[in-house]
Design a protein around this ligand. Structure first.
Ligand SMILES: *Cc1c(COP(=O)(O)O)cnc(C)c1O
Length: 421
C-alpha cells in the first residue's frame, strides 16, 4: 500500500479498519481535554470498559452470596480460572489444558524453574539474551545460586554484534551448538522489551531441544501482540503477564503454558498447594497431593477472583476479535507509524533511528541521536504517551486493539513541531 502523510488518508484507513469499532471498548485518559495518543500498551494496556462489569459481578456475588459464591455464583469461583484457559489457548496457540492462570509473571517463572531447571554438574547452563528485562535477570541469577552454581559461569548471555541493535538467529544457534551438552535451559523473552525484536521461537526451540535442553519463553511482550503456536512449536513452558497487550489491569495475574508432554506426571518436582490437586478430591482434604492432569497442577493457592474478572473481560474481547485480525491490523498500523516517522525525519532532518528489526510486533524503538529527554517531555505534555528507556530510546507501541491511524498521523505532526521548535 502506498501510504500518505495526510489526515484524510489516515481517516480513510480508519474507516476501512474492521477493528476500528473496538476503540470505543476502551477508556482513554485525557490530556488537554482530548483522548491521548497511547503508545504504551506494551507497558500497561488501556482499560476495557467491560472490565468494570465483570468486577461488579464478583462484588455483587460476594455481597449477596458470601461463601456460597464459591459454588453458586453464576460463574462459580472455585473453578473460575478455568474460564480463562480456552480463550488464552487461542491467543498463544495451545490446548486449553496446557494453560493456567495464577500469581504474577516473575513468580511463575520461578515456579517453572523449580520444575524445569534441574541442573547437575554436567548440564547446568542457561542461555539468555544480554540485557534481559531486569526482573528476569534477578530471577535467573537467584535460581542459579539457589542450586549452588555461579551465574558468571552458568548464565550464557547472547550478545548482539558490534554496532548492531538486534540479535541474529544464526548467532543464537551457534551459541546453542557451542554450549552443547552443558546447556540445561534456554529462557529468552519471545519479544525483546527494549528493541521490540521477535525471536525465531520455533527454530530456537527445536535446535536447543535437539541438544537435550529445555526451552521456555517469557512472553510478556509477545502475548496478544505476535503470532504464537506454542503447542506445535513444542515449547516446554512459557509465562506472561496480562497487563501489557492483554489489557487486564495493573499488576494483574500471569498466564502459564506447560506443554502436554509434561502434564499428568507425579515425578516432576513442583512447589505444590491445594489448588493443584484433583478437583474432585480437593475438598476431601486428603494428605496426598494428586496433581491435576492439566497445567492447573502448578496452581498453589485458590485464585484471586477479583483479579481474574477483568482478565476474563479482556479475553472475551480477544476471543471476539481473534489474533489473526489483530495481527493483520498490527502490521498495517506499525508500518504506517514507521512511514510517518520516516516522513518526519525527512521533512525536518530528524536525528533519530528506528532500532527495531524487521522481525517485530507492534513496538518501534526509536533511538534519539540529538534530541534527549526534552523531546520525551514535550510529547507527554502534548498528550502523546510514550515511554523512555535509558540512555536515549523512546518506545512506541501502537496497540492495534485501540490505536487509530489518525493517531499515527497526529503523532507525526506533534513530533515534527517538537523537533522544529
Ligand atoms: C513486564 C515484564 C516483567 C514484569 O514482571 P512482573 O513479575 O509481572 O512484575 C517481567 N519480564 C519481562 C520480560 C517483562 O517485560
Amino acid at each position: 500500500m502506498q501510504f500518505q502523510n495526510h489526515l484524510s488518508f489516515a481517516r480513510e484507513l480508519d474507516q476501512q479498519d474492521p477493528l476500528g469499532k473496538y476503540r470505543d471498548e476502551f477508556h482513554f485518559p485525557k490530556v488537554n481535554n482530548r483522548p491521548v495518543i497511547y503508545f504504551t500498551g506494551n507497558s500497561l494496556g488501556l482499560q476495557p470498559k467491560r472490565s468494570q462489569v465483570f468486577i461488579d459481578e464478583i462484588m455483587t456475588d460476594w455481597k449477596d452470596l458470601a461463601v456460597e459464591g464459591h459454588f453458586y455464583a453464576d460463574k462459580p469461583w472455585w473453578d473460575y480460572h478455568e474460564r480463562l484457559a480456552k480463550p488464552l489457548a487461542g491467543v498463544v496457540g495451545a490446548k486449553p489444558e496446557e494453560i493456567t492462570v495464577m500469581n504474577t509473571l516473575t513468580i511463575n517463572l520461578h515456579l517453572m524453574m523449580v520444575s524445569f531447571y534441574r541442573p547437575d554438574t554436567k548440564r547446568y547452563k542457561i542461555l539468555v539474551e544480554e540485557k534481559a528485562f531486569p526482573s528476569d535477570q534477578y530471577m535467573i541469577n537467584s535460581q542459579v545460586k539457589f542450586h549452588g552454581f555461579d551465574p558468571t559461569s552458568a548464565v550464557i548471555e547472547l550478545k548482539k554484534r558490534k554496532g548492531e541493535h538486534y540479535w541474529r538467529t544464526e548467532d543464537i544457534l551457534a551459541k546453542i551448538e557451542e554450549a552443547g551438552e552443558e546447556l540445561a535451559l534456554v529462557l529468552i523473552g519471545g519479544v525483546n522489551y527494549y528493541n521490540g525484536q521477535v525471536f525465531d521461537m520455533e527454530k530456537i526451540t527445536s535446535v536447543a531441544q535437539a541438544k537435550g535442553a529445555i526451552v521456555g519463553w517469557d512472553l510478556a511482550h509477545a502475548v496478544g501482540n505476535v503470532f504464537l503456536d506454542l503447542h506445535r512449536w513444542g515449547v516446554d513452558f512459557a509465562a506472561w503477564c496480562s497487563y501489557k497487550y492483554m489489557n487486564s489491569g495493573p499488576g494483574n495475574a500471569s498466564g502459564v503454558f506447560v506443554h502436554e508432554r509434561h502434564l499428568g506426571k507425579t515425578d516432576i518436582p513442583r512447589f505444590e498447594g491445594w489448588w493443584g490437586t484433583k478437583k474432585e478430591n480437593r475438598f476431601l482434604m486428603k494428605p496426598e497431593f494428586e496433581p491435576m492432569d492439566t497445567a492447573d497442577a502448578w496452581q498453589i493457592s485458590n485464585a484471586p477472583i477479583l483479579s481474574l474478572a477483568p482478565y476474563l473481560a479482556s479475553l472475551e474481547l480477544f476471543e471476539e476479535v481473534g489474533m489473526e485480525a489483530l495481527i493483520e491490523k498490527r502490521k498495517l498500523i506499525t508500518a504506517y507509524l514507521e512511514y510517518i516517522l520516516e516522513e518526519v525525519s525527512r521533512e525536518v532532518k530528524g536525528n533519530f533511528e528506528i532500532i527495531t528489526p524487521a522481525d517485530r510486533g507492534c513496538q518501534l524503538s526509536v533511538l534519539l541521536h540529538g534530541e534527549g529527554r526534552s523531546l520525551f517531555e514535550y510529547l507527554m505534555k502534548e498528550g502523546v504517551i510514550v515511554d523512555w528507556r535509558e540512555p536515549n530510546v523512546i518506545r512506541l507501541a501502537p496497540a492495534p486493539f485501540y490505536c487509530s491511524f489518525e493517531d499515527m498521523y497526529r503523532f507525526g505532526q506533534i513530533l515534527k513541531n517538537g523537533i522544529i521548535s
